[in-house]
Design a protein around this ligand. Structure first.
Ligand code: AMP
Length: 429
């Protein structure tokens, strides 16, 4: 199937070609025909599935049809990063149109946004700042004919539902088409969907099974050796982008600093950062300035970096859905990604829950040459090969040589770029 079947306006078709998209993703195939027909839609899809284009393309098409002037489409997003990325997708896919999009979020000056709002056809906004503009009457929403709530579950998690309800009260009700996208379906989101969607069409992709372009593995390790094992894993990994998840902001910050000390080009992304440092971390990760980005789940929402080669769960996520969501950050489009999870004795239940959720057992691995018996953590990458060498007796007791790794020595830094060299890379699905 290709994009011709949807009957997009030639200017939109030209934008699709300019973006280099040749065939629609499953969520696009499922959602676009209904949205083009004017139906309200509930899309259960995670980031990485192509959900943004699934709503952006029909919006652009529809806005080219009617009378232009005023804000006619409003897209609500939970984070600045997601708002910015969606705005960029609109600019790319709408590059052959004269439609104007603006991204609206807090932490930056109002006046520039006020000026841009005067000429906007499409707004991509975080709820808080949009409400500010509504209260100051610097935005008029009475012509909105398409509304999208993107990552609705995340907006709910972040406490935005009251703001969203307020914003809804400023929008026209008649003739408005509403689309909701969510990675999960908690009851509050289900209720909101029932309230604001009329005769909704429901589409769902990839919510239970992880993207099949991702291989994953669990690495059992003692809590105090997590950083040492992570350093060892990173030392043997190719130089593409690595996204690491931690449970808390504090742990993300600490780990980012430890990795930088150990010689990695790393940054951390967590809620406490100033806007300029967030942008530096995001853009630096995108451009390759940082090879490693450490983030919490909330901070990482909306990260759209297509070259993420590895997702590493430094801490086990708290739900199987979050696991699937996290590893959806790698293996995008046709690329192949690897997802590693460091697991401790406390994670046993979650391991079982993930197996149930994905319908398969994730292979457990030990890293050849790593000293699982060490009592103190080794955190200095410069002396990793020394600190991580097991004692001969321990090697016999503890280590299981992975087939690919047999006969090869883990030489830490030397092995960078030879991702398959020192330990077995898992292809279990
Ligand atoms: P999303 O799930 O919307 O965040 O999209 C994930 C990534 O897939 C983005 O980098 C998009 O540019 C890309 N993408 C979306 N649709 C397609 C497509 N049909 N062909 C190739 N890449 C796509």
């Amino acid at each position: 199937m290709n994009f011709d079947t949807f009957g997009f306006h030639p200017r939109i078709a030209a934008g699709i070609a300019a973006a280099g998209y040749t065939s629609p993703t499953p969520i696009q195939n499922q959602a676009i025909p209904s949205v083009m027909q004017g139906s309200d839609l509930m899309g259960l899809a995670q980031t990485g599935t192509g959900k943004t284009a699934a709503f952006v393309l029909p919006i652009l098409h529809k806005l080219l049809q009617g009378r232009q002037g005023g804000v006619r489409a409003l897209i609500m997003a939970p984070t600045r990063e997601l708002a910015e990325q969606t705005h960029e997708a609109i600019q790319a896919l709408g590059s052959q149109t004269n439609l104007k999009s603006v991204s609206i979020y807090g932490g930056v000056g109002m006046q520039r946004q006020v000026n841009l709002l005067k000429h906007a056809d499409i707004i991509v906004a975080c709820p808080g700042r949009l409400l500010d503009h509504i209260r100051r009457q610097t935005v008029i929403l009475s012509r909105v004919e398409m509304l999208v709530l993107d990552e609705a579950d995340q907006m709910f998690d972040m406490g935005f539902l009251p703001d969203i309800r307020k914003i809804l009260s400023y929008l026209p009700k008649a003739n408005r088409q509403t689309l909701m996208f969510s990675a999960t379906m908690p009851s509050q989101i289900r209720r909101l969907a029932e309230e604001i969607l009329n005769n909704q069409v429901r589409v769902q992709v990839g919510n239970e099974a992880p993207a099949d372009t991702v291989s994953h593995a669990f690495y059992p390790v003692a809590q105090h050796l997590k950083t040492a094992l992570l350093l060892e894993l990173l030392g043997n990994t190719g130089t593409e982008a690595v996204l690491i998840f931690t449970r808390t902001k504090h742990r993300a910050k600490q780990l980012g600093e430890k990795l930088a000390k150990a010689g990695f080009r790393s940054a951390s992304l967590q809620g406490n950062l100033s806007q300029s440092r967030r942008l530096d971390a995001m853009n630096g990760f995108k451009s390759g300035k940082y090879q490693v980005l450490v983030a919490t789940d909330i901070a990482a929402r909306g990260i759209d970096v297509s070259n993420v080669s590895h997702v590493i769960n430094y801490d086990m996520p708290s739900t199987p859905e979050t696991y699937v969501h996290r590893i959806g950050r790698t293996g995008r489009a046709t690329r192949h990604g690897e997802a590693f999870t460091l697991i401790t004795g406390e994670d046993r239940q979650m391991v079982q829950a993930i197996h149930r959720a994905i319908g398969a057992n994730v292979e457990q691995r030990t890293l050849k040459g790593f000293n699982y018996q060490a009592s103190t953590p080794a955190v200095n990458r410069q002396n990793m090969s020394q600190t991580a060498q097991p004692q001969p007796a321990a090697r016999q007791r503890t280590y299981r040589a992975a087939p690919q790794a047999a006969g090869r020595k883990n030489t830490g830094r030397q092995n960078r770029g030879d991702a398959k060299g020192a330990f077995a890379w898992v292809s279990a699905k």
